[in-house]
Design a protein around this ligand. Structure first.
Ligand SMILES: Nc1ncnc2c1ncn2[C@@H]1O[C@H](COP(=O)(O)OP(=O)(O)O)[C@@H](O)[C@H]1O
Ligand SMILES: O=P([O-])([O-])O[C@@H]1[C@@H](O)[C@H](O)[C@@H](O)[C@H](O)[C@@H]1O
Length: 421
């Protein structure tokens, strides 16, 4: 019987505020921190609610919650790559690259002293909290038989799990939006609940809620459980967007979930579909030369959130989701975006004269429908995606050989993901 993602002891094991990992390994003395008091959010909640109602022009600060991890990529039992992973890493990478200048975000992530990527760009900019347990680690086994866009092209095994993220680990202030992006069950139900209290709008990756894991001794296989049977289900009416992959969608219970929040199902190279109470929309994909599917869903969610920050409707924002999902599969590990491509994307968003700060993140008034500029936005972003593909062909001709699932050996790792020391 796999362990449930929410089975961590939380009452017998009181929450501790964890020390922040600096760019260098912390001293063991840093672990001796006092017990944190149960957070009292009354004042923050009143302010968040006031902003939600008024759509006031408050700061556009986001809160990203989920742990960085180690990904070991394997094919035929052989290690073909080792990279920084974790949705928080992919998400922060996109938010750093494409958010409007006035938007910022804080990351709450946990790693162990063995964390190998403290000096990689994303963790260096958004340092994780340090824990006594080892960094969460996944073995990602690639298979050849990705027969359709929706077939699972990889099998994940969780070989180590870092500590969960407790409510007391979150900052004691309000945020414009929150992204719950756990990969190994680290976002506890009570942590998601506190995020909802602190943030005007919360976007959730279903993988943070429905994953269950075999014990490490049994190999750590990742399974899915039905969302409805988890303690997260009751929080859905207070979530703005829930993103699931096609593989996860059956566990989310689409028809009941869409009545409580907007559900986005990503469909690999076919783009994505949005479902809300009373409507749905398909959003077209962008071309990509896939070398590694890891991080596509994470980058999608961050691209989508970025679109909302720029003031787009949900269906239009999903174009930016698809754009950054395609960008993620074009590189191994956390991608490095070419400055020219990013400049083109920001120019496109500026040219569309979208008003900022956007009412949908400042208030709770989301617009779901595709706007008149949807097709034009897709065409313009397609040009930027081509820029990315030309760049990719010039710098890594080896990617023409196919993606990592058909490569015998990975010859180079992404520059943003140095090898573990
Ligand atoms: N081969 C691809 N070509 C173009 N876009 C892709 C490709 N694979 C993924 N994407 C983009 O990334 C998004 C997320 O990918 P998906 O495979 O559905 O998620 P996950 O990584 O969670 O399994 C898709 O909705 C799509 O926009
Ligand atoms: O590929 P994706 O579904 O977007 O997200 C992935 C997670 O599912 C996986 O557990 C983690 O190890 C990867 O680094 C990445 O975060």
């Amino acid at each position: 019987m796999p362990s449930r993602p929410y089975s961590y002891p939380t009452t017998r094991d009181p929450p501790r505020a964890s020390p922040v990992l600096k760019a260098v390994a912390p001293s063991p003395a840093a672990a001796a921190v006092p017990l944190a008091a149960e957070p009292d959010d009354a004042e923050v909640e009143v302010e968040v609610e006031r902003q939600r109602r008024n759509g006031g022009a408050a700061a556009l600060e986001g809160l990203v919650v989920g742990s960085y991890c180690h990904d070991v990529l394997l094919r035929g039992g052989r290690v073909v790559g080792e990279t920084l992973g974790g949705a928080a890493a992919f998400v922060s990478n996109v938010l750093d690259a494409a958010s409007p200048v006035e938007a910022s975000f804080a990351v709450v992530s946990k790693v162990g002293t063995d964390f190998a990527y403290a000096s990689a760009p994303t963790p260096a900019r958004h340092p994780p909290l340090l824990c006594p347990s080892p960094t969460t680690s996944f073995h990602v086994h690639f298979t050849d038989d990705a027969a359709s866009a929706h077939a699972p092209d990889r099998q994940l095994r969780r070989v180590h799990a870092c500590d969960p993220i407790y409510p007391a680990d979150l900052p004691d202030r309000g945020f414009a939006y929150g992204l719950a992006v756990g990969v190994a069950g680290e976002v506890l139900p009570e942590t998601l609940e506190r995020m909802i209290r602190l943030c005007r709008a919360v976007l959730v990756d279903a993988q943070a809620l429905i994953r269950a894991f075999d014990s490490e001794a049994k190999g750590g296989s990742v399974h899915h459980v039905a969302l409805e049977g988890t303690p997260y289900a009751r929080l859905l009416p207070r979530v703005a967007f829930l993103k699931a992959s096609s593989e996860e969608a059956p566990y989310v219970g689409l028809e009941s979930a869409r009545r409580r929040c907007c559900v986005i199902v990503t469909e690999g190279r076919d783009g994505c579909r949005l479902y809300w109470d009373g409507g749905e929309a398909h959003v077209a994909p962008f071309p990509a030369l896939q070398v590694d599917p890891t991080g596509a869903g994470d980058s999608f969610l961050a691209g989508f959130a970025t679109g909302l920050l720029w003031g787009l409707s949900a269906t239009d924002a999903a174009l930016l989701g698809n754009f950054f999902g395609a960008a993620a599969v074009s590189q191994v590990g956390v991608p490095t975006f070419h400055p020219k491509m990013l400049q083109a994307v920001k120019q496109i968003l500026d040219d569309k004269a979208i008003k900022r700060p956007c009412t949908c993140i400042n208030g709770n008034m989301f617009t779901f429908q595709r706007s008149d500029m949807h097709d034009g936005l897709h065409t313009s972003l397609q040009e930027a995606a081509r820029l990315m593909m030309c760049e990719q062909k010039q710098t890594s001709p080896s990617t023409d050989n196919g993606d990592i699932s058909s490569m015998n050996e990975l010859t180079s790792l992404s520059s943003s993901t140095p090898r573990p020391s």
